[in-house]
Design a protein around this ligand. Sequence first.
Ligand SMILES: *[C@@H]1O[C@H](CO)[C@@H](O)[C@H](O)[C@H]1NC(C)=O
Length: 508
Amino acid sequence: MKVFARRGHYIRLYFVYGVVLYLILLIFDYWLVKTQLPTSPNTRVAYLQTPIEDIRIVECGFFSPFCRPVLLFWRWDRSSKNLYKSWLPWKRAYVFVKRPVRYISGVTMTIEDLVIDRQNMKRNKHGLRIRQGPNGDICDVEGLLGSDVAEVRKGWSPVPSDFLLLGRPILLTQRYCSYPLPSTIDSLKKETPAFVEVPVNEQKNKLKILQLSDLHYSTELAKCRDSYPPERPSNCMADATTNAFVIELIKRESPDLVLFTGDLINGDTVEDSKTSLMKALAPVVDYEIPFAVAYGNHDSLGDLANDGLAQIVNQVPGNIGLVGNISGVGNFVLRNPGKFSIYVLDSHAGTSNGRACPMYDAIKKDQLVWLKSRKMEFENDPIQMVFFHIPLREFCEVDDMVGSYREKCSSSYCDPGTAKTLSELRIPLAVAGHDHVNDFCGMHKTHQVRFCMAGGSGFGGYGGHGGYIRRARIWELNPSERTIRTWKRLEWPPEDRSKIFDDQTFNV
Ligand SMILES: *[C@@H]1O[C@H](CO)[C@@H](O)[C@H](O)[C@H]1NC(C)=O
């Protein structure tokens, strides 16, 4: 009896010691983060621009004290992303980089490059090795999740080797110190010119826009949703199929501009918004086509809000869109003076105040004021169009519909009168995405505004509604003839991809 009592005593004692030690570690760690990491904007920049000396991947259990933001050996600083994410919920893994925690100005490090060295896997658990490289100092390293990822940001490049395998494939990617740090959202808001000039091919004197709406990219190899028709291979993988469709569209149309109209990623299911967003942009970057992004209601449902996404988009070559300095993220004008003005508005996302404004938030009054002042300034451009993600109620009140109308418009209930404003401003055409299985164009008789729906292009979003084939809409603006022409292309059957349909030309 006595022996058992003593053992119980020791177990309790060890447990108490353990808890106390853990709490001390947490407090020490908290103190390190508070006092040792630079917090003022200037020292923070200097710190993040300090070349890293070493890198390691640390794996640990969920409650382990060894995955804290600043590792105990206090020159190691953790990146924020857990590489396992929801893949193995009981485990965590982080990239730790070693740089002087207390930044000393003028500190110099050796110029190095990073490789994963399969030969030396034993010496360092993950085969990570730093070597002398041609591209200069590395200031950051992070992991992208999955085997189908792309690094598309300027200044970043994948670590030259295979994927790092950590129970799942991970692409390690590195930022060279020679590139400036990505702009903060505040500085992006400040850099708001009145419009972005879009060049027009002088010979053709037309602008061709490929509109990509509701691509719904995910992390890893998500299955196609509502894959249709039945003869499509049953192992349809969403992102790969969407990618193939986008590339096909780019090759067939050679657009001058790609306009993403929201829901590039399926934010509610993505593990890592950054990974998914770069997958969505990759084909357009590969083909070097200028692009701009309007955000949808699903984009911000992952681990990044729209301002975080916009910071990434801003680092991608080809991006011509802006953040804007009014309500929302992504309000700007793409323009060629004397030819066209294309207004892009943020139509926001689901509402948090469901009682006052159920379902979806709406375009705000200050955005309409902004639209009005821009339109009055650009009055003389013969072609005027507006793009946003969530359709207005009035989209479903049009006559002379061309295209399919398979679902009710899921619009905001608290719109401040956007259709009326468009009508008063005599903007003849507005385009939305959001409702995947609606792809019609029609005329609103009261407002004398034509409303068009894009039709969903991605396989990670819903389809269905009696069998919907993914599609995309193309626009061709002809300022000298004052016409806007639009047509669509279907993803299936493969032999029909060469055909265009619902070809319409509007005089404006
Ligand atoms: C927003 O940008 C415009 C330029 O397009 C500028 O005229 C305006 O003053 C800016 N507003 C704010 C609040 O910064």
